[in-house]
Design a protein around this ligand. Structure first.
Ligand code: GDP
Length: 295
């Protein structure tokens, strides 16, 4: 994760720290390199431009902190601005104040939705909740079976959906079943398609209206970089997402999607998927991620 960007920034900062004092030219040269590193990491170019401009304004009008050298001060400003770009603070799940909550997972096929449903189930149970998994992808019977298998493997209850049921009916029946079984958090694994299409969106809108989920999270593949950001924008337009889960961060050396998704869509990255195992889900913390990138 972020290996390339970290390496690039490391050499830029070494150079900056090498100067006893920093002048406008040193700073501008350093920031040019930071901008290039961001673009190579596949960060959205407007986001990169804005963040560099903010860093420059602060670095040039620098508040002098006596405990830090000029090079360290620039690094601190870069850290602050990277943290801000990624959303400043961790955004936890908001499952409401009622006795039950629900999370609707949406996204393209292959993005990691079903795996994420299992991971979230495990995560929620660790948080003291009682999750109930709901397979809603009636177009791919294999997806229903996959979630049922995951439920057995993780010892989590799964609604007994069948491919002949209507998606909205599944969700409504699942709410009743969850209540009967004493479960307080439903996780809906909705259908995905290979590409964005209007039929899928219309169905998701109907489900959202009928189910009123507490969270509607887009699951997107981090390895697709700016495609993931664009997909998030399109889903958000139709569904007003509450957040994003970026999967396969373990295989993404660049990190462009994670770095730009909040700045482009305005929606927080709530979790990252960091492996195929069901324990491979981490709440996303912008500040920790910025520390990791800056080494
Ligand atoms: P869906 O079609 O969106 O439901 O996608 P799946 O949950 O079936 O996942 C597609 C593939 O991505 C599977 O092989 C998963 O094991 C894999 N996958 C999902 N999340 C992650 C992750 O965070 N890291 C890695 N390396 N693989 C993942």
């Amino acid at each position: 994760m972020f290996e390339n960007l970290s390496d690039r920034l490391d050499s830029v900062f070494k150079k900056l720290k090498g100067h006893g004092t920093l002048n406008e030219k040193n700073i501008e040269e350093g920031l040019k390199q930071v901008r290039m590193a961001l673009l190579e990491a596949d960060v959205n170019y407007k986001v990169a431009k804005n963040v560099i401009s903010d860093i420059k304004t602060r670095a040039l009008g620098q508040e002098v902190m006596e405990s830090l050298t000029p090079g360290q001060q620039v690094i601190k400003i870069v850290y602050d601005e990277f943290t801000r770009m990624m959303g400043s603070k961790h955004q936890a799940l908001d499952l409401g104040t009622g006795s039950s909550g629900s999370i609707m997972l949406v996204g393209l096929q292959g993005s990691g939705k079903t795996t994420t449903a299992g991971k979230l189930g495990l995560y929620l149970r660790k948080q003291g909740r009682t999750p109930f998994l709901v397979p809603v992808d009636v177009y791919r019977p294999a997806a229903i079976d996959q979630l049922k298998k995951i439920g057995t493997q993780l010892d989590l209850p799964v609604f007994d959906s069948t491919p002949d049921m209507k998606p909205l009916k599944i969700c409504q029946d699942a709410q009743i079943a969850a209540r009967e079984q004493g479960c307080d958090t439903l996780v809906y694994d909705t259908a995905g398609r290979l590409h964005m299409d209007d039929t899928l969106m219309a169905e998701l809108e109907t489900l959202k209206k009928g189910v009123s989920p507490s969270e509607i999270l887009l699951v997107a593949d981090a390895m697709t970089g700016q495609d993931a950001v664009n997909i998030a924008g399109s889903f958000d337009q139709r569904l007003d997402l509450t957040g994003v889960v970026l999967t396969k961060m373990d295989g993404d050396a660049r990190g462009g999607a994670a770095l730009s998704i909040k700045a482009v869509t305005g929606k927080p990255l709530k979790f990252i998927g960091v492996g195929e195992k069901f324990t491979g889900l981490e709440p996303f913390h912008p500040d920790r991620m910025a520390s990791k990138i800056l080494g």
